[in-house]
Design a protein around this ligand. Structure first.
Ligand code: FAD
Length: 454
């Protein structure tokens, strides 16, 4: 049932748009505000610079988008996205081991980030009662005199001569991204800032687009080569719309991927498999390289605050931003939107506490996957607990086993796509498969066996 009420969302990127969708089930009026002029085609925009880089959508993220926007996947396909089996149609080299590429039923779509955002934005803009205000800054929060409740936002259009004004709202959701002002705004209102957990990985992405020819990668949709201790650089090549590939290579802990073609070709030769190096020998580059640096994964623990204003929530990267190589941000934003939809359906009482606790549970698994892996790097300078050391050793065996036993690879990919919980990798039958597959113990890509086989 709809309340005759208004919600305001700060930010019209993925998390803001998905939150708006969630709010539209119960609020009669939802206003989304973004400082950018929002393009009506699939091009990257100023305040979402990461849009120029490769964005993979996890299988769970695709399922969630289909749930929020029925028919979404078909719409993406009609707009030129590619669909494929995540295990069979993409080669995944994890810690140097190729996950056995067989059909798994785990379906994904591949597109540029701007196309994905455009299609979500179009669906949200078409919802009754939803309005998107662009080219407009949210300046601050408006509250009741006694400070207990957020009652709206102060805004100012970026058009010449505009003056600051107020939009009143029953609920304000901050989806302002990594640079969210919520910690500052809360402090200004006399609340505590949330505690932050940071895990540094200092990753720099360098990205270019290429023409996609039918014979490239033997027709597959992509190849992803992860970083691992001793090999702090990786890369991902993915098919996108308009017969193009997007290639993002990344160096961790300050390593700078080269921007020139010659340097990139040499860099690709140092990766633990040669798919990208081979591709670069015959490919045609379509765009100039672009670079983005991402210093750390940051989790803001709003769930631990005991004093928080009513009528206010924080979601998406503003709540938790991950090392982008794990491709989790958009999927977690979609899961938070589904959580918000369900909590609102149960009623507005005590919403902030219920939302932040629910979101913290959602974030736990992807956060552990991402930071657990990053903490293995000595450069991260983090002392790892005995339990985590054991876990990392087990995962080392899982990667090797997944290069030999396709069922292990499928379960591993289902876990990192957030479709299954990590517990599946620890089920007795799975542990037995992992142990069996690890004998005899050999090698990574460079030494053996890893492509093909049964
Ligand atoms: C290099 C890189 C690669 C990535 N790759 C992947 C990937 O493969 N898969 C994946 O799922 N995720 C990936 N991510 C993460 C993904 O981009 C984000 O998780 C996703 O965009 C959701 O972020 P968001 O909407 O919370 O914030 P953002 O995308 O940062 O958007 C914030 C929005 O808020 C607006 N805004 C902020 N403050 C104000 C204000 N005061 N007034 C008005 N407007 C405001 C901004 O203009 C912007 O539009 C990657 C990130 C990076 C950096």
């Amino acid at each position: 049932m709809k309340h005759s009420k208004r919600a305001v969302v700060i930010g019209a990127s993925m998390a803001g748009l998905l939150a708006a969708r969630a709010l539209s089930y119960t609020f009669t009026n939802v206003i989304v505000i973004d400082r950018d002029v929002l393009p009506d085609s699939s091009v990257a925009r100023r305040s979402v610079p990461q849009g120029k880089h490769l964005h993979g959508l996890l299988a769970r993220g695709l399922n969630s988008l289909n749930e929020l926007f029925p028919g979404f996947e078909d719409e993406m396909m009609a707009a030129g996205a590619a669909r494929g089996d995540i295990q069979a149609d993409i080669h995944w080299y994890v810690d140097g081991y190729l996950m056995k590429p067989v059909p798994s039923g785990l379906i994904g779509i591949a597109s540029s980030r701007p196309l994905l955002e455009l299609k979500v934005r179009e669906r949200v803009a078409a919802l009754p009662g939803v309005e998107i205000i662009q080219n407009c800054d949210v300046l601050d929060l408006r509250t009741t005199g006694e400070r207990g409740r957020v009652t709206g936002v102060g805004i100012m259009s970026r058009t010449d001569g505009a003056a600051a004004t107020t939009i009143e709202a029953d609920l304000v959701v901050d989806a302002g991204g990594r640079g969210s002002r919520s910690p500052v705004w809360l402090e200004e209102l006399g609340y505590q800032r949330p505690q932050e957990t940071k895990v540094a990985m200092d990753i720099t992405y360098s990205t270019r687009m290429y023409r996609r020819e039918p014979q490239d990668l033997d027709g597959r949709l992509g190849t992803g080569i992860s970083t691992y201790p001793g090999s702090p650089h990786g890369g991902f090549l993915l098919a996108v719309e308009a017969d193009q590939f997007i290639l993002s290579v990344g160096g961790m802990f300050g390593e700078q991927p080269p921007m020139d073609d010659e340097g990139l070709a040499a860099y690709a030769e140092t990766l633990p498999c040669k798919d990208i190096a081979d591709f670069l020998r015959t490919s045609t580059r379509l765009t100039e390289p672009v670079k983005t640096r991402c210093p750390a994964s940051i989790r803001r623990h709003y769930e631990k605050l005991t004093d928080f204003p009513a009528g206010y929530l924080v979601t998406g990267d503003a709540l938790c931003s991950f090392n982008p190589v794990y491709g989790q941000g958009m999927t977690v934003a979609a899961l938070e939107a589904l959580l918000l939809r369900d909590l609102l359906a149960a009623g507005p009482k005590d919403l902030a506490r219920r939302f932040f606790h629910g979101a913290a549970k959602l974030v736990d698994t992807p956060w552990t996957i991402a930071t657990g892996s990053d903490m293995r790097f000595p450069e991260a300078n983090i002392s790892i607990s005995h339990k985590n050391r054991l876990l990392n050793r087990y995962f080392g065996r899982v990667y090797l086993a997944a290069s030999r036993d396709s069922a292990v690879a499928t379960v591993f990919l289902r876990v990192i796509n957030l479709v299954d919980t990590p517990a599946r990798l620890f089920a007795p039958g799975m542990v037995a498969r992992v142990v069996r597959a690890c004998f005899p113990k050999v090698s990574r890509v460079s030494e053996t066996t890893l492509v093909g086989g049964s």
